[in-house]
Design a protein around this ligand. Structure first.
Ligand SMILES: NC(=O)c1ccc[n+]([C@@H]2O[C@H](COP(=O)([O-])OP(=O)(O)OC[C@H]3O[C@@H](n4cnc5c(N)ncnc54)[C@H](OP(=O)(O)O)[C@@H]3O)[C@@H](O)[C@H]2O)c1
Length: 227
């Protein structure tokens, strides 16, 4: 990575969806420039217009929409927010555009209909699958799998920590910085092999939500000093 840890513009692949819009909202509020990506540039612009209703004029000027590839090319950091079933195909399509960038993968490898049962991808985790597919040129970071979009789209404090895994220490530092920018507590959770813990935990949280009649169960690390 040439410009160490310097992130100004973020591209959100599939940012027209629920989780992508939630993260875009948080990062625009934190002062970052965010490009909502979509397979369709017009759809990206519609998502921008929807989000703009929640933002001030100054914040709106930091938000734009583009086709996914163009969005990634404009940014130092990309974020993948598409359902697991499209994970491989979209990463393959964007591989060249993602070279030299950081990629935060928020994918939970859910395989419907058994979404409250952990199903481990053959590579060990979705984030590891992304790193193997993209190769050394892209630094994959895994984060946000346990954070519901509904919580991100508010200004409320979120009572859920974020486990950050990554290709190397620098990638994990960038990931933790982006988690804090979104208003959450981040923990360095180690290499991408460990990402299955956060990815798998979402199925457990889905199960707990069903039992409790809630929508946003979360996790917190205890027994260590918190920020
Ligand atoms: N929802 C949550 O609360 C939550 C929480 C934590 C993690 N996650 C993870 O975040 C990811 C996105 O979840 P979501 O709920 O935001 O999903 P979503 O709203 O159902 O879809 C997100 C976007 O995926 C794109 N997409 C759909 N079909 C596609 C295809 N064939 N190829 C490429 N892109 C396609 C669409 O963008 P375009 O049509 O504009 O291209 C869509 O807006 C998932 O991996 C999920 O596990 C979600």
């Amino acid at each position: 990575m040439s410009e160490e840890n310097k992130i100004e513009k973020i591209a959100i692949i599939g940012g027209t969806g629920k989780e992508g819009k939630g993260l875009a909202y948080r990062w625009v509020k934190a002062g970052y420039q965010v490009v909502i990506g979509s397979r369709n540039a017009e759809k990206a612009q519609i998502a921008v217009d929807e989000l703009a209703e929640m933002l001030t004029d100054e914040e709106r000027s930091h938000l734009s929409g583009q086709e996914n590839g163009a969005a990634v090319r404009m940014a130092q950091l990309a974020v993948l927010t598409v359902p697991y079933q499209f994970h491989k195909d979209i990463l393959t399509a964007l591989k060249d555009d993602l070279a030299g960038k950081y990629l935060i993968d928020v994918t939970v490898p859910l395989v419907p209909p058994k979404v409250s049962t952990v199903q481990v991808p053959p590579e060990g985790s979705a984030a590891l699958q992304a790193q193997l597919l993209l190769g050394e040129e892209t630094a994959v970071i895994s984060a946000f799998q346990n954070i519901s979009f509904a919580l991100l789209l508010t200004d409320n404090k979120i009572e859920c920590d974020v486990l950050v895994c990554g290709k190397d220490k620098q990638a994990r530092e960038v990931g933790q910085m982006m988690v804090r920018a979104a208003g959450l507590t981040a923990w360095d959770a180690g290499p991408l092999e460990n990402s299955i813990v956060a990815e798998g935990f979402t199925s457990v949280l889905i199960r707990i939500n069903k039992q409790a009649g809630t929508k946003s169960a979360g996790i917190q690390i205890t027994g260590v000093p918190r920020d």
